[in-house]
Write a protein that binds this ligand. Sequence first.
Ligand SMILES: *[C@@H]1O[C@H](CO)[C@@H](O)[C@H](O)[C@H]1NC(C)=O
Ligand SMILES: *[C@@H]1O[C@H](CO)[C@@H](O)[C@H](O)[C@H]1NC(C)=O
Ligand SMILES: *[C@@H]1O[C@H](CO)[C@@H](O)[C@H](O)[C@H]1NC(C)=O
Ligand SMILES: *[C@@H]1O[C@H](CO)[C@@H](O)[C@H](O)[C@H]1NC(C)=O
Ligand SMILES: *[C@@H]1O[C@H](CO)[C@@H](O)[C@H](O)[C@H]1NC(C)=O
Length: 337
Amino acid sequence: MLVGRKSFWRQLQASFFRLLCLIPTGFPVRSVDMQRATDNITVRQGDTAIIRCYVDDKASKVAWLNRSNIIFAGEDKWSLDPRVDLVTKGQLEYSLRIQKVDVYDEGSYTCSIQTKQQPKPSLVYLIVQVPANIYKMSEDMTVNEGSNVTLSCLATGRPDPLITWRLLNPSAEPLDGEEYLDIIGITRTQAGRYECKASNDVATPDVKYVNVIVNYPPTIKKTQSAEAQLGRAGALGCEATAVPTPEFEWFRDEKRLSNAQGLNIQVLGTYTILTISSVTEEDYGKYTCVASNRLGVQNSSVFLYRPGTGRDINGSACVSQSPWLLLASIACLLLQC
Ligand SMILES: *[C@@H]1O[C@H](CO)[C@@H](O)[C@H](O)[C@H]1NC(C)=O
Ligand SMILES: *[C@@H]1O[C@H](CO)[C@@H](O)[C@H](O)[C@H]1NC(C)=O
Ligand SMILES: *[C@@H]1O[C@H](CO)[C@@H](O)[C@H](O)[C@H]1NC(C)=O
Ligand SMILES: *[C@@H]1O[C@H](CO)[C@@H](O)[C@H](O)[C@H]1NC(C)=O
Ligand SMILES: *[C@@H]1O[C@H](CO)[C@@H](O)[C@H](O)[C@H]1NC(C)=O
């Protein structure tokens, strides 16, 4: 009996196959079925898919096929997959439920309904979507200015995710790159936090970040010469940009200065202040500020002037905005100059 039934369904399976082969010619399949043949059901990986099938009371035999394999023949389950079962409502609904859908479930499913002698398949294409997921991202890196840098951001997902890059500076404009972002001859302004976003509209995009530090040698941006009266304090300043943060030294002619009686050198990140607490006649003249890091060294001259002689000389009269100047003024106040 059981063998007999199964052989019937084998015949159905075979006839279904013939039917499918005939579809391109359009021969025995009605246009309604052709319409159904292109139906898609989209489901996210891990979710439950219910593929609906409604049966009218004229149907004598019903079956579900995955591609060309029978999953259910009537109420008989042929599939060994525990995730698969039927959703029925009396004689009228004969739907297929697949739990924890995975990518290999993607494909065509057929609800085959036999009415009189003619099997009438209704075909549904199950599309399995997977949210975008970045599985490999460049590690944070430190490079020298001028190097060629490639940042990578590899992602999975169905459909294939779109990868976009931004440098999270104030403009944060999109950059021209996909899985790999090539930066030829990186500059200091291209240092920062890079964002990679992988999106495929299945779920919220996946976002990951990589920090790029760009090393460059010191450039002395600003120096501050000063005028000071005999016996009062004088403060000289020097500011440099560099990555890593520069080291500073002060020289008087060839002699390196250090903290000593009446002499104070402060280094505050990218700037330094040399304070002379009580100026003597020999203190007037030229000083050299030297900024260095492992990529290079630069020096610049700074002057301590007698009262009234510095005004026509660069920078000495315009004492104001830069932050170290403020500190120099504070240092000056503390030392009562
Ligand atoms: C089903 O998906 C395919 C691509 O997978 C597409 O070409 C077709 O137009 C879709 N059909 C419907 C009815 O959305
Ligand atoms: C459908 O068939 C494919 C290929 O044989 C198989 O990997 C998958 O597990 C099947 N899915 C279901 C729900 O039967
Ligand atoms: C960086 O790439 C450019 C263009 O591909 C090439 O001409 C140059 O030699 C490269 N520089 C380094 C340091 O590899
Ligand atoms: C400053 O730099 C010049 C060359 O750029 C060099 O000759 C001089 O010795 C340097 N001075 C100091 C104090 O390092
Ligand atoms: C003043 O600055 C100019 C350029 O900014 C420079 O060429 C000149 O040597 C400076 N003069 C003095 C006395 O430092």
